[in-house]
Design a protein around this ligand. Structure first.
Ligand code: IPE
Ligand code: IPE
Ligand code: MG
Length: 222
C-alpha cells in the first residue's frame, strides 16, 4: 500500500441544523449538503487528494423519520447519477457499506442500481477515487471482517483482518473532517483512521468549502 497517497475522509454533519437556522425543513439541509459535496468533489479532484471518502448514510441513520430517510435516499440516487460531472473531473466512484447480498443490508434496489451504474460508468477514470459510505457502519464492517477471517484458514493478524474490510484497497486516512461542531467519530472508518489527523470545524456541511478543505489538507503536512 502506497502511503504517499493522500486520503481525506469527511463526516458530513449539520445539514439539519443548517436548515433549522434558516427556518427550512431538514430535507432542504440535505439537498444543500448534496450540492456542497458536489462542490467539494470538484475542488478535491483539482488538488492533490487521491482518495476522498464521505459518510453519506450510516447503519444508525435508518431510525430517522421515514420521509427524511426517503429524501436522503433520493439524494444518493442523484449523487450517483452525476456521471457526466465525475467523468469531466476524472473521478472514479466507489462505495462501502453492508454488501447488498448479505443479511442486514438495507440499501433499496433503486439505490443499488444507481451505485452499480456509477461504479461502472466511472471505472475507467484515473484521477481521484470518491468513496461514498452508504448503509455503512465501522462495527458492522469489522465484525464481518472478523467472521470472514475466522472462517478462513488465515492467521489472525492485522494485515489479514484488513484484507476483509469492505474495500481493502482504501489507503489509510490522512485527515478526518467532521463538520458542525461535534467532536465524535460516530462509527466511521474506525480501522482506517488509526493515524489520521482530525479536523473539526463549527461550520455545518452545507457551508464547508474549499478554504476548509485546504485547512484540513494542511493538517496532514504538520
Ligand atoms: C448529516 O446531517 C447528514 C446525515 C447524517 C445523513 P444531519 O442530518 O445529521 O444534521 P444535524 O446533525 O441534525 O444538524
Ligand atoms: C454521522 O452523522 C453520519 C453521517 C454523516 C452520515 P450523525 O448526525 O448521524 O451522527 P451522530 O448521531 O451525531 O453521532
Ligand atoms: Mg448529525
Amino acid at each position: 500500500m502506497n502511503s504517499n497517497l493522500l486520503h481525506v475522509a469527511c463526516i458530513m454533519d449539520g445539514n439539519g441544523r443548517w436548515a433549522g437556522k434558516r427556518g427550512l425543513p431538514r430535507t432542504a439541509g440535505h439537498t444543500a449538503g448534496e450540492e456542497s459535496l458536489a462542490d467539494i468533489v470538484r475542488a478535491a479532484s483539482k488538488r492533490e487528494v487521491d482518495y476522498l471518502t464521505v459518510f453519506g448514510f450510516s447503519t444508525e441513520n435508518w431510525v430517522r423519520p421515514r420521509a427524511e430517510v426517503r429524501h436522503i435516499l433520493g439524494l444518493h440516487k442523484k449523487l450517483f447519477g452525476r456521471i457526466k460531472e465525475l467523468n469531466e473531473n476524472n473521478v472514479r466512484i466507489n462505495w462501502i457499506g453492508r454488501p447488498f447480498d448479505e443479511p442486514g443490508s438495507r440499501t433499496p434496489l433503486y439505490v443499488q442500481r444507481a451505485i452499480r451504474k456509477a461504479i461502472d460508468d466511472t471505472s475507467k477514470n484515473t484521477g481521484m477515487v470518491l468513496t461514498v459510505a452508504f448503509d455503512y457502519g465501522s462495527r458492522s464492517e469489522l465484525t464481518r471482517a472478523a467472521v470472514k477471517l475466522v472462517t478462513s484458514d488465515q492467521e489472525l493478524t492485522p494485515t489479514n483482518l484488513q484484507s476483509w474490510l469492505y474495500d481493502a484497497s482504501l489507503p489509510p486516512v490522512d485527515v478526518l473532517v467532521r463538520t458542525s461542531g461535534e467532536s465524535r467519530i460516530s462509527n466511521f472508518l474506525l480501522w482506517q483512521i488509526k493515524s489520521a489527523k482530525i479536523y473539526f470545524t463549527e461550520r455545518p456541511w452545507p457551508d464547508f468549502d474549499d478554504v476548509d478543505l485546504d485547512a484540513a489538507i494542511a493538517l496532514t503536512k504538520i
